[in-house]
Design a protein around this ligand. Structure first.
Ligand code: ADP
Ligand code: MG
Length: 398
């Protein structure tokens, strides 16, 4: 269990509080496209303002590789932050360390907010460089980690700063950890895990771990194709990983040894092209044409999943069932979201979903609120599911 201190266990009044958050949000034409992630930071900021702290906000954005890059400036995000804070002014400093940052921090009054420029404009952030960490730390009195989604990274602002300053977890981080611990540390059995998405290669550890922990493991999305192939069926022109057929066989064998029932698609939606509204048909798994491309699970698979999930008490879902960005290949994922939402609403299961793409698929279904918990963290959520500690949370625990 996590043993970190919470924000309300430290006196922040009149203090310069460095708040590490995740402002790496989708931007279109210089504007924040979706304010969901940013609005979740409001409770921490409001707490700090109410308690007269000087709020210094830090984050990364994109991968600028240690150099200034106008396309990855956080400047427009200061306006978005101001928007979610009901028009409160959010000042901006053009660098996160050095004299510009120092001058802006020195001018900051109690209850004011300042956003510093993208941490990754300096190599020291990703290299967890000591000097860079000291420069950052010198700007504040207290460190708050309020980003679960970045807490798997050994970067200066995640693992370096807590060594230099009194450190606590912000409301968002504490909330995410509490929810995940409550739902997943001693989950109600039977457990059904669902893994989809494009490839096995990015999720081998996850699959191996879930085979150990789950009673049922449902595999969908592009990664199911490699399993389908491993079972001796043809997948035509579908995305699959020939070099991972043996890995897929190992996972199937391990599942069998562990009494974990593996569920693969029984029918699939096959198209000629990877394009929206491309002509498509539903085929049984042993009947995929050599020029066909599997882009979603079929309705018989969905019905099968619905029946299997009836037996579960906990459902964990990562990765969409198909190429959900293209209609009509979103039907499998949206139908699955509906099944899980209904089971949750009826009080039959606890449901946890996480991962960038599966969360957007669930958002498309409009059923986000029905899930017991949704984690917007991609890599950090996967690592948590794999049972590995997150370095940022360990740094706070110490
Ligand atoms: P998550 O972000 O939820 O962890 P991933 O990033 O692993 O999910 O995978 C999401 C991607 O997988 C999506 O871009 C989706 O289009 C793709 N995908 C799912 N099924 C297929 C398929 N059958 N063929 C090709 N791509 C697929
Ligand atoms: Mg993804």
């Amino acid at each position: 269990m996590s043993s970190f201190k919470h924000l309300d266990e430290i006196d922040v009044s009149g203090k310069k509080v460095i708040c590490r958050v995740d402002l790496n949000v989708p931007m279109v034409g210089g504007k924040v496209e979706d304010l969901t992630r940013i609005s979740r930071l409001v409770p921490t900021f409001e707490y700090l303002i109410k308690h007269n702290a000087k709020v210094i906000i830090i984050s990364h954005f994109g991968r600028p590789k240690g150099k200034f890059n106008m396309e990855m400036t956080l400047a427009p995000i200061a306006d978005a932050l101001s928007g979610v804070m009901q028009g409160r002014e959010v000042k901006f400093a053009v660098d996160c360390v050095g004299s510009d940052a120092r001058k802006s921090v020195d001018k900051l009054q109690n209850g004011e907010m300042l956003l510093l420029e993208n941490l990754r404009f300096h190599d020291g952030e990703t290299n967890n460089d000591e000097e860079f960490t000291n420069d950052l730390a010198s700007l504040g009195d207290i460190y708050v980690n309020d980003t679960f989604s970045c807490s798997h990274r050994s970067h200066a602002s995640i693992v370096g700063l807590p060594k230099k300053l009194p450190s606590v977890a912000g409301h968002l981080l504490a909330d995410e950890v509490e929810n995940l611990e409550k739902l997943l540390n001693t989950p109600k059995q039977p457990i059904a895990s669902i893994v989809g998405g494009a490839k096995i290669s990015s999720k081998i550890n996850l699959l191996n771990h879930l085979v150990d922990k789950s009673d049922i493991l449902i595999i969908g999305g592009g990664m199911a194709n490699t399993f389908i192939k491993a079972q001796g069926y043809e997948v035509g022109k579908s995305l699959y990983e020939p070099n991972l057929i043996d890995t897929a066989k190992d996972i199937l064998r391990k599942a069998n040894d562990n009494n974990c029932e593996i569920i693969l698609p029984i029918d699939v939606v096959v198209a000629q092209k990877f394009e929206a509204k491309s002509e498509c048909k539903v085929c049984m798994i042993d009947n995929v044409a050599s020029d066909g491309m599997i882009l979603d699970i079929g309705f018989r698979s969905v019905a099968n999943l619905s029946e299997k999930l009836e037996k579960a008490k906990t459902i964990i879902w990562n990765g969409p069932m198909g190429a959900f960005e293209l209609s009509p290949f979103d039907v499998g994922s949206i139908s699955l979201a509906q099944i899980i939402a209904t089971l949750t609403d009826d009080g039959k299961i606890l449901s946890v979903a996480g991962g960038g793409d599966v969360v957007s698929a669930i958002n498309c279904s409009g059923l986000t609120k029905s899930f017991s918990y949704i984690s917007t963290a991609g890599g950090a959520f996967l690592q948590w599911l794999e049972g590995k500690p997150l370095v940022g949370i360990e740094a706070l625990n110490n």
